[in-house]
Design a protein. Structure first.
Length: 370
């Protein structure tokens, strides 16, 4: 990163990948490459319309599906990927990484650090955000995106980052947002956001679904949030907080759900979630079938937040001796809906457990001393 210029490679082509490419690439101080499975669908010019009706335009440097084309020409590699693509992508880029690379993720709760510790050399610098830098959606794939919401501050943890102060300053400039440095990777790896928020809501919406029924409407995920969803979320969070207490995480660094949403009981939490502007119009994962709707079990709310969300929390709970009855109930339902088996006889020994970010006892023992 000579002369304080950062060459950034974005891995992934979702809403965040598009949006970050535009935000960072607009600044001529930075050079943006994209590693994507669909390079032929990308334009060199990317456009982002933000929530203030500002249009952001950027020119991308290089777009490729081959890591050799973009990783050696980048200083920073940023994963904008779902959890199920972490292991595969880390393995693909590994041969082209050096000790000068910084590899990170837009959100750490899908197991980025846990997988990177297993796959990458220990001399590669790692970083991860607690929550996504922006709320974003693709408009036209490879060409444009919507930035639906900014954050006032970002939280981030690092591991083995040289010249860390300079690096954090570069990230703050690139994302145009202040960054708070957290003490260790555990403080961003565990989250009571999506990994429990989405499954709790999905269970409330579809727990009685029998694969034969259909729904007459496409539910709004947040605007129609109900007290049952809030109650489940609070119960999951209570179990989550017990896990946190067993790990090297500072007190109150991950506030309880009620505190985070400035609420005091399920009804007040419901009102708060329903009122969040950035959540307006977001629909539940459903697909249309004739004039009716059914749940979409291939949506990332299922394929990511169960095997790369709840399973991570449950596996760590097993390792630290915390009982998780509500998380277990939702996980058992979710795996049944996806035709998977993670949890069996109250333990993570199901036939599909290896296709998750599950942390074994040996892995946990190694990581806890990292």
């Amino acid at each position: 990163m000579e002369n304080k210029k950062m060459r950034l490679c974005i891995c992934g082509g979702g809403g965040l990948g598009h949006t970050i490419a535009g935000i960072v690439g607009e600044n001529q101080q930075y050079e943006v490459n994209v590693l994507t499975g669909k390079p032929e669908l990308w334009n060199k010019e990317i456009q982002v319309l933000d929530c203030n009706n500002k249009t952001i335009k950027a020119t991308l440097h290089k777009i490729s599906s081959d890591p050799q084309d973009v990783i050696p020409q980048s200083d920073v590699v940023l994963f904008c990927l779902p959890g199920f693509m972490m292991e595969e992508t880390l393995t693909k880029i590994k041969p082209y990484l050096t000790s000068s690379h910084r590899v990170g993720t837009v959100v750490s709760s899908t197991g980025f650090f846990l997988q990177a510790f297993k796959i990458l050399p220990s001399n590669v610098g790692l970083f991860g955000f607690l929550r996504v830098p922006f709320i974003a959606r693709v408009n036209e794939y490879g060409k444009s995106a919507f930035l639906l919401g900014y954050k006032n501050k970002l939280q981030l943890a690092t591991k083995n980052i040289n010249q860390e102060t300079e690096f954090l300053t570069l990230l703050e400039s690139a994302f145009q947002t202040p960054i708070e440095k957290y003490r260790n990777f555990w403080e961003v790896t565990l989250s009571n956001s999506n990994p429990i928020l989405h499954p709790a809501r999905l269970y409330s919406l579809f727990k009685d679904y029998d694969r034969k029924q259909t729904y007459t409407k496409h539910f709004l995920f947040y605007e129609e949030w109900d007290d049952e969803s809030s109650d489940l979320l609070i119960q999951c969070d209570n179990e989550f907080q017990q896990i946190v207490e067993k790990l090297p995480i500072r007190n109150h660094i991950i506030p309880p759900i009620l505190e985070y949403y400035e609420s005091f009981d399920p009804p007040s939490l419901t009102r708060k979630i329903r009122s969040i502007k950035a959540f307006k119009g977001l629909k539940a994962p459903m697909i249309q079938k004739d004039n009716t709707f059914i749940p979409d079990f291939n949506n990332r709310y299922f394929t990511e937040d169960f095997p790369y969300g709840l399973v991570i929390l449950k596996s760590i709970a097993e390792n630290v001796g915390v009982a998780t009855p509500t998380i277990d109930k939702i996980l058992l339902w979710g795996q049944r809906m996806m035709n998977k088996e993670y949890l069996k006889n109250s333990l993570l020994i199901g036939k599909d457990i290896q296709s998750t970010a599950y942390v074994s006892r040996d892995e946990f023992s190694n990581i806890i001393h990292t």
